[in-house]
Write a protein that binds this ligand. Sequence first.
Ligand SMILES: Nc1ncnc2c1ncn2[C@@H]1O[C@H](COP(=O)(O)OP(=O)(O)O)[C@@H](O)[C@H]1O
Ligand SMILES: N[C@@H](CCC(=O)OP(=O)(O)O)C(=O)O
Length: 377
Amino acid sequence: MSTPSQAEVRQAIAGAGTIVVKVGSSSLTQPSGHLDPDKLDALVTALAHVRLMGARVVLVSSGAIAAGFGPLGFDARPSDVATQQATAAVGQGLLMARYETAFGRFGIHVGQILITAEDTIRATQYRNVERTLERLLDLGVIPIINENDSLASNEIRFGDNDRLSALMANLVRADALVLLTDVDALYTAPPSQPGSKRVAYVPNVVDALGDIQVSGSGSKVGTGGMVTKLEAARVAAVSGIPTVLTCAANAGPAMMGDPVGTVFAPVNARGSARRLWIGFAADPRGTIVVDAGAAQAIRGGRASLLAAGALEVHGDFSAGDPVWVDSESGEHLARGLAGFDSEEIPQMLGRNTAQLKRFLGPQFAHPLVHRDNLVLV
Ligand SMILES: Nc1ncnc2c1ncn2[C@@H]1O[C@H](COP(=O)(O)OP(=O)(O)O)[C@@H](O)[C@H]1O
Ligand SMILES: N[C@@H](CCC(=O)OP(=O)(O)O)C(=O)O
């Protein structure tokens, strides 16, 4: 795929039929960290215009914790996980009530989807989310997505809505991803550093960022800073989706293709959404180590991982969980969804399909990871 020009990428964003917009807590809050209804209203106005012009819009919105801590009587955003989760449970409803009223002024309905990594990694649940979003968009509704903070545990959370928004863009096969934050663009260094310059165009976010310095969140309320936004732009780019990153006040112009913020070109043609999801959505729970023959077959890109080529299994996982597939030297070859629980695998190691069937039963005569669930890294 040849690299498009900046103008072409901006044009593609302006013409997007389906658009995923992510807004961070820092763009919805006052300096004190509390939710700012005026900022929320201004964002809704920009999104409503795009929706009323015919685009399908998905909003990934942070802000549940920001909306919840004031009403609960806290002076600042809580820092321990349990209080954050409780605060998000209170704030999410308040946040949605604001969105419902604000979009209601334009006659637009919203629908809430709260999601955890765990919910979506298994094929059936992934398909359910996909189907629900599709139907909501067909109905003209704006789905509003947030991580299900109250259910997600530290180990399994997406961790930040930047990455979640890129995965959602992939899942709904969006034509553009819009990342809205409290800076107007990506800079060559954190904007507080003297001499940092705006970057208007990133033609290849996968390998052309060596000279950009990024840091974590600059605000009291945001979580991932520029690091997770670049990760989101990367996931979108390899999914074939262009991204624009700018401040919430520029949402309208950014979606019209005006020269604001930073645009990131797609670096791949669109791949299978499901396989990309396996590659990015969740952290592997274990590892299956394979011999040289299996490693070669997997690198070829079309083989399932058979027990005959597997040497060791590490970790505690269930069938359907994501796992690493590693070479004997410890190199990650692929990510995949395990076909068996980790405790079932040791007895299968090194056995061919006929042996598995004869000694363990026909239910074991299947790949450890089927090729449809295997993604090279
Ligand atoms: N190179 C950079 N260019 C722009 N912003 C940067 C850079 N490095 C770090 N940042 C910081 O990232 C912050 C945005 O991230 P964050 O606070 O997590 O926002 P959000 O709540 O929108 O997710 C900015 O306020 C800025 O301080
Ligand atoms: N899910 C959390 C926000 C998590 C998050 O990614 O925040 P941010 O970095 O502001 O986009 C909430 O709603 O408060």
